[in-house]
Design a protein around this ligand. Structure first.
Ligand SMILES: O=C(O)CCC(=O)C(=O)O
Length: 269
């Protein structure tokens, strides 16, 4: 199977046809929409995240933080999710509020035919240029999230995110492969699905050049991975919100902020 990336199918034309959206999501394991999210709100989140990043020395001095120009000298090396910067992002009011925005809530209550529940376990991620060892490997979110498999991840860039900035790629239809074995992956310190396994599936990897306002969503068993940030100086800023039917099983970890254990704090939110 060739690793060449092909384009997502855009689902905007089905926005007035919920049964067709459900059918496509079931078949392909993902939906991709162009230009459906509130760009002003996304830019406010971007600014907030990058101002925090500037406070930790991630942003080049003399530049406007919202441009996301990397300083080249990260003060806190290691896995992004264990940094103080990440912990501060998780408390940003604009970031937290966006997970329940009307577009997502209406979309999911339609898709589920039931009330939608958004997880507190939100992720606001910044990746640095050329940090290939940190690139998210192929995995299924169910490995981390548990609870009901009817959980959907919403991956949202806070600015244009062309392939070279390292967007997200989805293995089309991989939601039908079942729950796959996740093995330790070098570099990220996390677990993932080996390339031989995704190659053997014969399925296509899809991605796109994301633009501000685009929405990618996928099922908890859909295999996905990040692309490398191959730019020389651009920070990639993206958001992840997870949503499930409110009556379904939910893991306690989804009801608190991400990586709670990593920061030595005990509060239950
Ligand atoms: O943005 C990334 O690097 C990883 C995102 C991801 O794996 C997810 O949204 O589930």
């Amino acid at each position: 199977m060739s690793d060449r990336l092909q384009e997502f199918e855009v689902s905007n034309a089905l926005l007035n046809n919920v049964p067709a959206l459900r059918e496509r999501l079931k078949e392909k394991g993902y939906l991709f929409f162009r230009d459906v999210l509130d760009k002003e709100a996304l830019l406010a989140i971007r600014r907030g995240m990058l101002e925090l990043a500037a406070g930790h020395g991630w942003v080049r001095e003399g530049t406007d933080p919202i441009d996301g120009i990397y300083s080249g000298s990260v003060q806190e090396p290691g896995k992004f999710e264990t940094t103080r910067l990440y912990r501060e992002i998780l408390d940003l009011a604009t970031f937290n509020a966006f997970g329940r925005n009307p577009v997502l809530m209406l979309l999911y209550s339609g898709l589920f035919g039931a009330e939608a529940l958004e997880h507190r376990r939100r992720i606001g991620r910044i990746t640095t240029p050329q940090s290939f060892k940190q690139t998210t490997p192929s995995h299924q979110d169910f490995y981390y999230i548990r609870g009901t498999q009817a959980t959907y991840t919403n991956w949202i860039p806070t600015g244009n995110c062309p392939r070279e900035l390292g967007g997200l790629a989805v293995l089309e239809g991989s939601n039908h492969l079942g729950f796959l074995e996740h093995v330790p992956m070098s570099g990220t310190g996390g677990r993932g699905i080996p390339q031989e396994e995704t190659d053997r599936s014969g399925l296509r990897w899809l991605t796109t050049d994301f633009a501000l306002g685009d929405l990618l969503l996928f099922h908890s068993l859909t295999v996905h991975k990040a692309l490398h940030n191959t730019t020389q100086e651009q920070l990639r800023v993206s958001l992840e919100y997870r949503i499930q039917p409110s009556g379904d099983a939910i893991d306690p970890g989804s009801q608190t902020y991400h990586m709670r254990g990593a920061f030595g704090e005990n509060e239950i939110l």
